[in-house]
Design a protein around this ligand. Structure first.
Ligand code: SAM
Length: 282
């Protein structure tokens, strides 16, 4: 049952989601929690200062980020028994590609209440725009910067029957899409940009089409990439792949066998080639 509870927040740690671009998305409960807080933990006090002015919240702020130490957390946890401490990030839901889980763990271990004030999250907002299946998805955060680590990370996701969600920035978008196209094969995808802001945009296409579009035209603003799940054959099992490759390797080099099988089973060429090399060494 849904009910409206806007009562005074209780002492403890409050995880407060904030807008990802449109101040109108600050919920009444989030605003009330910020106004009631004795202390507000923020990644960047200048960014959060603007939000607090909008919410008419006057509590003191303290920086809390990835550099915060165990002793910083101890000092915060000591206050939770009697005070309302709110954790926010620059935008969206704290802990989602943002700091916070160590503080939540420390608060819970010390027996304090942890409350959540849910709200905007770019990953979830992008899923609602992309028009790909949403029954099963994996939030993968930011891909690594370096090409080898990025390729390895993508390879881990290749056989998952799930939609994938990545955070990205404009300058890295072209390289990320090219790597996804190479590692995941032909899949439908979407680039959601500046969600809830004036220039919100969601562009759909196959990964290869999107990689082409953005190769030399890095867009401005904040970006989420959503990649639909593999088609039935793209998720071919290892056994299917091996048996097709065994047959092809009798006639062809590993590279050609991989190319032929990748096309026939609609699996990423990289996956087929790696396996063709292993089989040809046996
Ligand atoms: N905790 C945040 C959340 O709940 O979405 C995410 C923080 S993460 C450090 C920042 C990334 O989120 C950006 O680089 C971008 O990929 C994504 N993002 C945040 N706001 C966005 C927006 N308005 N439109 C598109 N992507 C956004």
């Amino acid at each position: 049952m849904i009910s409206l509870m806007l009562q005074q927040p209780a002492p403890g740690l409050h995880i407060v989601a904030t807008p990802i671009g449109n101040l109108g998305d600050l919920s009444p409960r989030a605003a009330e929690t910020l106004r009631s807080a004795n202390l507000i933990l923020a990644e960047d006090t200048r960014v959060t200062g603007k939000l607090l002015a909008f919410a008419q919240a006057k509590a003191p702020m303290r920086r809390y980020d990835d550099h915060s130490t165990d002793s910083d957390r101890e000092a915060i946890v000591e206050r939770l028994a009697s005070e309302i401490v709110a954790l926010v990030s620059d935008a969206g839901t704290p802990l989602i590609s943002d700091p916070g889980y160590k503080l939540v763990r420390a608060a819970r271990e010390a027996g304090h209440q942890v409350h959540t004030v849910p709200g905007p999250c770019a990953a979830i907002a992008a899923l609602t725009l992309a028009g790909v299946p949403t029954d099963r998805f994996l939030f993968a955060g930011f891909l690594p910067n370096k090409a080898k680590a990025r390729g390895d990370a993508i390879a881990e996701f290749a056989s998952l029957r799930a939609t994938l969600v990545f955070y990205e920035s404009g300058p890295r978008l072209g390289d990320a899409l090219a790597a996804l196209a190479e590692g995941l094969g032909s899949r439908e995808a979407a680039v959601a940009r500046e969600i809830t802001k004036l220039h919100e945009q969601c562009v759909s296409g196959t990964l290869a089409e999107l990689a082409d579009r953005y190769r030399d035209a890095p867009p401005k603003g904040e970006i989420v990439i959503v990649v639909g799940p593999p088609g039935a054959s793209a998720a071919a099992s290892d056994a299917d792949l091996d048996s097709a490759l065994d047959e092809a390797l009798e006639r062809l080099s590993p590279s050609r066998a991989a190319g032929e099988v990748a096309e026939r089973l609609a699996v990423p060429r990289k996956r087929a080639y790696a396996r063709a090399l292993e089989l040809s060494r046996k």
